[in-house]
Design a protein. Sequence first.
Lengths: 473, 450
Amino acid sequence: MLSSQIKSNEIVFGSCNKDLLEDIIFYGIGLGADFVEIFIENTDNSSVLAEEDFITSVSPSFGRGAGIRIFKGKKDGFVSTNDLTKRGLMRSVSQAIEMLDITDNKRELFNGLNKYRDYSLSKKKWINEVPSIHEISEKLLVSTKSLKKNNKIITRKGSYSRNLQEVIIASSDGTYVSDIRLHQTVGLNVIASDAQYRSSGSRRFGSSGMPNEFRLWDHEKAANDVFESSMNMLYADYVDAGQMPVVLANKFGGVIFHEACGHLLETTQIERGTTPFENKLNEKIAHDSVTAIDEGISEGSFGSLSVDDEGMEPEKSVLIKDGILKKFISDRAGELRTGHKRTGSGRRQNYSFAAASRMRNTYIAKGEHSKEDLINSISEGLYCKSMGGGSVGATGQFNFAVEEGYLIKNGKLTSPVKGATLIGEAKEVMPKISMCGNDLELAPGFCGSISGSVNVTVGQPHIKVDSITVGGR
Amino acid sequence: MNSKEITTQISKAADFLNLKKWDYGASFSNDYSVQVDKGEAKQLKASQKQILTIRVWNQSNLVGITTTSDISESGIKKALKQANIASDFGNKNESTEFSPLAKDPIKVKEVKKRNPVGIKKLLTVLREAEVKLLESHESIKSVPYNGLSESFFERVYANSEGAFRSYSKSQAALYLYARAEEKNKKPRSSGSVKLGYGADDIDIESCVKEASSKTISHLNYSSIKTDKYLICFSPESFLTIINAFSSMFNARSIIDGVSLSNKNSIGEKLSTEALNIYDDGLHEKNISSTPFDGEGTPTKRLCLINRGRIENFIHSESTARIFKTTPTGHAGLGSKVSVSPDWIVVEKSDENFDLKTSLDHSTYEGEFVYIEELNAIHAGVRASQGSFSLPFDGWLYKNGKKISIESATVAGDFKYLLKNIVNIESSQEVTTSGISPHIWVDELSITGDA
């Protein structure tokens, strides 16, 4: 059906909305906007929670909405609405124009939308291929049952969530694309207890664009991993605070690079003047052994995407090469305000957020050492096998909890320790990453920032930091 | 569609699907916000949002739920159908019912509803505030995090037994976080947040003054030696830690096995007899108060700790039934109903004879660490284990002088902290998350760089 020939007064998903979108953009340009962008989404989500041996929560949700962004010079006005009628969208454009106080008569050219790029063609069947609630429930219950390995495990949880997001993006530079994104994530958590001792263990797994992935998930391996982690930490002593060398494990260990350095390489930080790396392009900011990458193209990775939320295909960005800063992560506003070219990194949680420069799959590249090389090189230090969450302050100081840690003595792992936090600043720690392992692995996560919570991947091989402040008791 | 029409629409669609029992919660909001960058408008934002959450009970009395932003006739029908399908997977182990208090009278605070001042006025006010803050001290070079917003929203709860509650209000917020830089020193940052019922009610001057004085006060800093210290928590930081460990008073968390308390903990002594803690969502100073919770239960003042002992837990309908008590107005509507506190009020009780009253943050001359603000709560708190390790902004008071502490964390156990409270100052301060006096705690571990 040539849907473009149909004049619709409302956005219809699965159809061509070219005429309607062009009318809206013409309207904004006609009122004096330099640039008009329309982001429309339709979501179909569900989540399931299993606790002990029962399904305790099944939560479907669906919704639709639009985010309209108008630029005038370097200023932008953003309006979001649930009203997807032509009238509603035009009202949002008017509101944005009014907010920006646009009164001049200068008119930008708008030559209509370019050829439609439909990234969703092969993805329309996904909704029928993802596991049913019944199938999810059965597997979650088997998973929580697998966690019941002894009577010290007092709490067992398994959770699954699936987000299916259909998007249409159109803007006055001619961009006109649509896509379907599928993200699935599953997590296991336990709490172990024995007399006054308590510990917890958790792991999360996730994928994008792979409807069958949950069926392939090795729940038994995951349950063993979570159980072992909680048992190892149950009787652990608190770590002594101090400065010491640490080895950070691969996979989720990469969260420190993501939080402490990655965010400082987003153009939003340059706009705010809050990154110490603003004027360091092509200068050394890290140890020679560090090469860091941000990309959105690894198949199935949680932070991958066919097209970003501004209609640009994601690129592979080498941020740091052999310790030298090579690139910033940029979106449309970032390019406009800082001059750094867009990298296909304009991302947002949903239609109610304006896109911003955000990380996708971000990791430190593998080196040449084995994990044992790194540990053997330390006489007294800490091995951080599993990291918890963390945060970075307004002046770049970071703080990360170590979920599962072990003391290193004379090149060997010894007793487990709890209560450790890693404290530092990216510009001081990056030059101290002296060894990178050869075992790069990625882990999924959620990153919260200016444009909401987005799916990302963090990662690294095992790395050694020569000295860092470890908080403890 | 307004809230009455939505109720009618749901009722009709439920009849059509032969669903006899249902309830819903809805919220509708219009939000406006501005950000500036050195006098220029940066991002101006407006949003219109609507969210509807519908629960249905099937013939086996199992509950299903769906949430949607599509509040059209077709959206409501689809939501009811999805909720009905989800009810096949309803929790057989723990039933959910309507709150027995969903039709009780509610107390609505007498607050004049404000009208929107509009984006242009918000922008003008924020620009002026930014200029004042930049001019307040030569070291303040930027205000990287700033925003002024106003919101107008309505919340609704209704059920198939005729309960109907609706509440609308306005709220505005201003935040200013300044960044100060001096040669050969690390940049320092601090800020202030102020709330009001409308943009015109916000005390702009005091927000600027507070952001400026806090930022400047951290310009001269020093590392601190790792050790155990006498600590004075600011009202804000003490409320942060109480909220972080509120699972201790949360019946849902107790049932789920993630609380430090258990069903028999009522009466357990946690702290000095001088300590009283209440949850008081309707407190006159609580700008964010709402008169009913997600299940329609009226909000009320509840004593959590009385003279150092646990007095009450906070409940939803189902947890209250399990504990053989009544709901307390702390439920959040969901497939699994959540429970959370509203607004914490910390007070000194009459039984305060064991306190070391010489410990006063404005006069005490001995050595202590003053914790102004705790950071990274989501990362550094293990609520189910009772431990915390948190970075903070604060000062070391020593030999009659105070110096800002560079990059340090405070660590300990929550129960240990409560047991080691040695003074509760008399004067309370209002913050955005509650009310508390300064609280002194003996012997907590600080990790520093010195």
